[in-house]
Write a protein that binds this ligand. Structure first.
Ligand SMILES: [Zn+2]
Ligand SMILES: [Zn+2]
Length: 110
C-alpha cells in the first residue's frame, strides 16, 4: 500500500483558478509515493532532468516542503524473470518497500 499523504502544492491556487488553453498541466496536490510504513519525509516524483537525475517534492509532517534532486534507488527484484524486472523508481535514500513492492491504490482521476 502507498502512503499517499497529500500536500497542497505551492501552485494549488493557480490550479484552483482554472485553466487557460495551452497551460501546462499542474497538480493541486503532491501525493507521497513511498510505502505506507515508511519513515522520514514524504516524497512525490516531479520530473527527470537527465538520466538518473530526478526532481522530487519532499515534505515533513508539518507540511514544510522543499525540492530535491536525487538519483532513483534502482534496485531490481531478483526473484523475477529478467525481462519483467523493473528498477525501483523511488528516491535513492528511501526507507521501507521498493516501488515494485508498493501497491498503488490511488483512485483514478480519469
Ligand atoms: Zn509518505
Ligand atoms: Zn527502492
Amino acid at each position: 500500500m502507498r502512503c499517499n499523504r497529500a500536500l497542497r502544492t505551492p501552485w494549488s491556487d493557480v490550479v484552483a483558478g482554472g485553466w487557460r488553453r495551452g497551460a501546462p498541466s499542474l497538480d493541486a496536490s503532491f501525493l507521497c509515493e513511498l510505502a505506507h510504513d515508511h519513515g522520514g519525509d514524504h516524497v512525490d516524483y516531479l520530473d527527470e532532468l537527465a538520466a538518473e537525475v530526478h526532481v522530487w517534492a519532499r515534505w515533513d509532517d508539518t507540511g514544510a516542503c522543499r525540492f530535491v534532486v536525487m538519483p532513483p534507488c534502482g534496485v531490481v527484484d531478483h526473484a523475477l524473470d529478467p525481462v519483467k524486472r523493473e528498477a525501483c523508481h523511488l528516491t535513492a535514500d528511501h526507507s521501507s518497500g521498493h516501488s515494485w513492492q508498493v501497491t498503488d491504490d490511488t483512485p483514478s482521476l480519469d
